[in-house]
Design a protein around this ligand. Structure first.
Ligand SMILES: Nc1ncnc2c1ncn2[C@@H]1O[C@H](COP(=O)(O)OP(=O)(O)O)[C@@H](O)[C@H]1O
Ligand SMILES: O=P(O)(O)OC[C@H]1O[C@](O)(COP(=O)(O)O)[C@@H](O)[C@@H]1O
Ligand SMILES: [Mg+2]
Length: 325
């Protein structure tokens, strides 16, 4: 990495679905940039802040006390206007107005596509993976994933208590717009009987048969975890009850999974990746996505990152099936 020029002013924004740990990332970016002598601006509500000139200067105190807070102090949004050529040009003009030479975009795959568009128009953008879904292929880990899974697991433990008391089945839907990673890992962690994800075919008749066999052998409580993108957890619950005669209840965990104080893992990952993003910008390097592979910080060209495919842990799913009772 050649140190070609020094960036003097950068912006930071959070975009797409919020994720616990985004604040820790904003804090790291702001403090690292200030430390390196840069001027930093916080852009509010993702790309909307660039379109509506909702931007404010940040200093050390702007990010004090936020590392432990869920949500994002910069707010977030999904902007349809930014997806147009005219929107990108408007955003670029706002960057120029504030002298923003670089921009750290904390978000998911959609936000990175936007960052690539802005980079193509001369604004050096660096993406940080911030999404509970962990659906970014170039990184093992995304900011928010750990906290969201711990929240879901705790809620499943509570559902398990009440299922047990009533000899019921709980069908629990967890988030994951494009991927079943939250479902797989929280299913394993909560000792679910069955984990239903898009990545692995499932058969409700086989699941029902297994439940009845296990019930005959004394099993009293059944947890079935369903990934959001399967799309019909209420229907699955109804069918399970019909096929087994076991009283069943569906619970959609929903947005509660996105909130809460971030775990150690999310705070540390956000801090390391946020610092690294500023180091890239400092060297005049943009159009990159930062990630973590095997515990090391890495970075990729945005287009390359977006074209990668993330493997599903079929072995872990198989283990869960093998030991389920
Ligand atoms: N294909 C795209 N091209 C340009 N900008 C995009 C694209 N997809 C999404 N964006 C921008 O990024 C924002 C966040 O994307 P979204 O998919 O909602 O969340 P996430 O970044 O968490 O995946 C969108 O509202 C839009 O402004
Ligand atoms: O908050 P919204 O707009 O209802 O979106 C819900 C979606 O956002 C997520 O929570 C996170 O997705 P992103 O981080 O990609 O935005 C998905 O799991 C879920 O499908
Ligand atoms: Mg996404």
């Amino acid at each position: 990495m050649e140190n070609t020029f020094m960036i003097k002013t950068i912006g930071v924004l959070t975009s797409g679905g919020d994720a616990p740990g985004m604040n820790a990332a904003v804090r790291a970016v702001v403090r690292a940039a200030l430390k390196k002598g840069m001027t930093v601006y916080g852009v509010k509500r993702g790309y909307c802040g660039l379109l509506e000139d909702d931007i404010e200067p940040m200093d050390e105190m702007s990010v004090a006390g936020i590392i432990s807070r869920g949500g994002t102090m910069l707010y977030t949004a999904r902007s349809a206007e930014f997806r147009t050529e005219q929107g990108v040009l408007k955003a670029k003009a706002t960057c120029e107005k504030y002298g923003l030479e670089g921009l750290v975009v904390i978000g998911g795959d959609g936000s990175f596509r936007g960052a690539a568009d802005l980079s193509a128009h001369g604004i050096l953008c660096v993406g940080l993976p911030g999404t509970i879904d962990n659906d970014i292929a170039c990184t093992d880990y995304t900011i928010g994933y750990d906290t969201a899974m711990n929240t879901a697991m705790e809620l499943m433990d509570k559902l398990s208590d009440t299922s047990q008391s009533h000899y019921r089945c709980s069908v629990v839907e967890v988030m994951g717009r494009g991927a079943g990673y939250i479902a797989l890992n929280t299913g394993v962690a909560s000792g679910a009987l069955e984990i239903i994800t898009k990545e692995k075919p499932y058969d409700l008749d086989k699941i029902a048969k297994k439940m009845m066999e296990f019930k005959a052998r004394g099993k009293q409580n059944f947890i079935i975890v369903v990934a959001e993108n399967i799309g019909h957890s209420e229907e699955i619950c109804k069918l399970i009850q019909e096929k087994t005669g076991i009283e069943s209840r569906a619970t959609i965990l929903g947005h509660v999974q996105r909130g809460g104080s971030p775990t150690v893992r999310d705070r540390v990952a956000a801090t390391e990746m946020g610092y690294y993003a500023v180091e890239l910008l400092e060297q005049g390097i943009g159009n990159r996505v930062v990630g973590m592979q095997g515990g090391k910080i890495v970075d990729f060209d945005i287009q390359e990152a977006l074209s990668m495919e993330k493997p599903y842990d079929g072995k872990l799913h198989q283990i869960a099936e093998d030991i389920a009772f």
